[in-house]
Structures are given as C-alpha cells and as structure tokens.
Design a protein around this ligand. Structure first.
Ligand SMILES: [Zn+2]
Length: 270
C-alpha cells in the first residue's frame, strides 16, 4: 500500500532519530523542521538541516518542510536558501503569530500582512507549497484568494465533527476543494475528538459527503509532534487499519487510495 504523510515532527522532536517503518507500506513522508515560537534559522533550521542530511531514511521516500516562517526568520533570502536545500513546503505560522500572518492561536483576527503576501508569492515562485495549517482563518482565506497553485493544510481535521481552533470549518474545506488543495487528517486525539479510530474516520466520512471531497483529503499524522495518537494508529503499522476501516464503510478503493496517497502526490510531486 502507498501512503503519503504530509506532516511528521520526527526530525524535530526526538533525541535519537527513530524512522518509523511498516510492513507492506511504501511511505512518502514530509519531515518538518519545527522549533516552537522562539526558533530561528540559526538555532533550529541549520542544526536540523544538518540532522536531515545525516539521517538514514532507508527506503522511506522523505521530503522536508519548515513549520513556521519564523524558523526562516521570516526572511525571503532564507526562504530562497531553504528552497535550494530542498524544502518542499512552508507552514506560514505555527501557533505563534509572526510577521507573515496571525495564527489560529495568536493574533487570530489578523490575516496575511503585506509582507506575508510577498512571502506567499515568493513561495509559489520557488515551487514551495504553501501550508495553511495553524494559520488564522483570515490568513487561510487570504492564501486561498491569492494562491495560483493548490495549497495545503497538512495537518487538521473537521471543526464540524470536532470543534477545535486547529480544525477546519466546512466552508474552509469547500474552499480547499475549489482551489485543488487538500487537508491532512491528523491522528491527534484532541483534533479527532476521541481516542478511538472510529472518531477519526468520522472526519473523513464527513468530508467525503462534499462534492469533490475525495480529491481534497490526505493524511498528516503529526507523529512525534507531542500528540496522543488515536488508538491503533500509534505508528506506521496503523495505516493499514485506517485503509481497511474506510473500505468497511463502503469507501471505494480508488477513493481510499487517493486519501492515503494520491491527493498529496498530485500536490507535492508536480
Ligand atoms: Zn503543527
């Protein structure tokens, strides 16, 4: 089975790199350079880039992202350097607001700043996918309005199923469908609204009710991001359970494969 996980904090969070593997799973994963609100290019980006380069990823197809423009000092020059280093996506904010935008948890009335618009434009020019996870709602709509290319919300669930500031409203999800983007289903119990796999599947089933919803759902586990995973999905061996759970509910194999792999592959591998 092919799986594309658009967000894991493995690179940033663990003392000793523990690369997950699972039998019969061909995994593509985006590893985020994350560092909290105080992170800078010097203190977090450079050391973790070094770690990334030294890491042994076995047969895992690994990609690199940055979580929070502040990790790049909110600098266009750093952004260009990161693109040259192979960074494929930048999450514009983490929970802290920065000079690009307000976040869902900090200065949430603020959307993209003027500089933020320049930053987003530069991401697109560099073929770095814009990631609106953690972003303020206004920032999300600003991104949707100005992006010429599909953008991602790498790790968030449905707010209609589980109201949480990190989850997406139905209108936000509809906007992702319209712009050709996708949202990554996150395995954190707090964003799922419960500890059982059934709680997580509800988010997928809700989004599949939307016209075109099957093209806008992916996986964004948030593994190693300080989360408490839903039971049965604690590591990569759980992907197969999630896939089977969808099939058991009558989701077609074609749609299940889009969710597990195809939608992110379309957005990140073009
Ligand atoms: Zn995150």
């Amino acid at each position: 089975m092919k799986v594309f996980d658009a967000h894991a904090d493995t690179l940033s969070a663990t003392e000793k790199l523990d690369i997950h593997t699972a039998p019969d799973t061909e995994l593509t994963r985006i590893y985020a350079i994350w560092g909290g609100a105080e992170a800078t290019y010097e203190s977090r980006y450079l050391p973790l880039l070094k770690r990334w380069r030294e890491a042994k990823f076995n047969d895992t197809s690994a990609m690199l992202s940055v979580e929070g423009a502040h990790v790049l000092d909110c600098s266009l020059e750093r952004l260009r350097d990161a693109a040259a280093d192979g960074v494929c996506a930048v999450t514009l904010t983490w929970n802290n607001a920065n000079s690009v935008s307000g976040s869902c948890a900090d200065n949430y009335d603020c959307g993209l700043t003027r500089f933020g618009r320049t930053f987003v434009r530069e991401c697109e020019r560099l073929n770095v996918t814009v990631d609106a996870a953690h972003l303020s709602e206004r920032g999300f709509y600003d991104v949707a309005e100005m992006c010429a290319k599909p953008f991602a919300v790498t790790h968030a669930n449905s707010a209609a199923v589980c109201p949480h500031r990190r989850n997406l409203s139905d209108d936000q999800f509809r906007t992702l469908i319209q712009t050709g983007g996708a949202a990554g289903i996150t395995f954190h119990q707090d964003f799922a609204g419960g500890a059982e796999i059934d709680r997580l599947v509800r988010h997928i089933m809700h989004w599949l009710d939307f016209d075109g919803g099957e093209n806008a759902i992916g996986i964004g586990t948030d593994f190693d991001g300080g989360i408490t995973p839903v039971r049965g999905l604690e590591d990569d061996s759980g992907f197969i359970w999630l896939f089977d759970e969808l099939i058991l509910r009558g989701v077609s194999a074609e749609t299940a494969n889009k969710i597990m792999y195809g939608n992110w592959a379309r957005i990140f591998k073009t």
